[in-house]
Design a protein around this ligand. Structure first.
Ligand code: SF4
Length: 275
């Protein structure tokens, strides 16, 4: 593809992804261009001059995800509903922009009682920081943001929470009660779109030369709440989450594959030749 053709394709794909999100019925090459276009949209948000542009980037990524879900209705109904929160007792990871979006939502919502929320996040962080995912699930430590069995920042919840849905509440309950053999089925549409959203967000962060990671949520959120200037410092290039554990792939081959995908998305979004 020539430089001109790549630019044209990128522009058309940005228009399409803005209107319809990622279309899983499109040919694979067009689907890849849709994720490249989503990356471009997120880079532009992250490169804007707005003081909360990191949080805005996460918001934009969530909008692409929700638009994509409407374009690709799943044939398998999901069982998730308000009041069912078995999955809010397992480890969550989130990128820096997603953490800032939640921190800003909490500041907005709790103008008069932010300290009480901070205490809750600090207490949850103290309980969960040293735990593995398995230990965390076994101990059933609830997310600090769970109130009356519902997410208190639902509109701003991280992508990991958005994409983690189930076709059976009974299966989730069995898992919650310690049944390690149970299978939690998430419809393929949700898995594919969550993966696309995560890759675009990680690629946009990488393209703007910042640490592109999914951090342990309680610890990262605690830092973002304890430091009102954390987003500004992160935008200036400071690694404010350097002490927070982050998601790593056990398998080096899988990690290398992931890195290749991110590199392809970055190259495409910047108008360069993709591998
Ligand atoms: S952020 Fe909300 S949806 Fe995610 S684990 Fe916490 S309470 Fe549940």
């Amino acid at each position: 593809m020539s430089r001109h053709e790549r630019r044209l394709k990128l522009k058309q794909s940005v228009d399409a992804v803005t209107r319809r999100g990622v279309d899983l019925s499109a040919p694979p090459n067009d689907q890849q261009w849709a994720v490249i276009a989503a990356t471009r949209v997120l880079i532009d948000t992250l490169d804007s001059r707005h003081p909360t542009r990191a949080a805005n980037t996460a918001k934009r990524a969530h909008e692409v995800f929700e638009t994509s879900l409407k374009t690709n209705p799943s044939p398998h109904p999901i069982a998730c509903a308000k009041g069912c929160a078995f999955c809010c007792h397992v480890s969550v990871t989130a990128t820096a922009p997603e953490v800032f979006l939640v921190a800003n939502a909490l500041r907005e919502k709790h103008k008069d009682d932010l300290q009480a929320i901070l205490y809750r996040v600090q207490a949850a962080d103290q309980k969960t920081r040293a735990l593995t995912s398995m230990e965390r699930a076994a101990q059933r430590v609830p997310c600090a943001l769970l109130e009356d069995n519902a997410c208190s920042i639902y509109e701003s919840r991280p992508g990991a929470c958005r994409g983690f849905v189930s076709t059976s509440a009974q299966a989730c309950e069995r898992g919650f009660n310690g049944d390690h053999t149970v299978r939690i089925d998430t419809p393929g549409v949700w898995l594919s779109l969550r993966s696309a959203q995560k890759q675009a967000l990680l690629a946009a962060i990488a393209a703007t030369d910042r640490q592109s990671r999914c951090y342990e949520f309680h610890h990262a959120l605690r830092i973002a709440l304890e430091n009102p200037d954390a987003e500004t410092r992160w935008l200036k290039g400071e690694d404010v989450f350097k002490d927070v554990s982050f998601e790593r792939m056990e398998d080096p081959a899988a990690e290398a594959h992931n890195q290749r995908i991110i590199a392809t998305l970055v190259a495409g979004a910047l108008g360069k030749e993709t591998a």
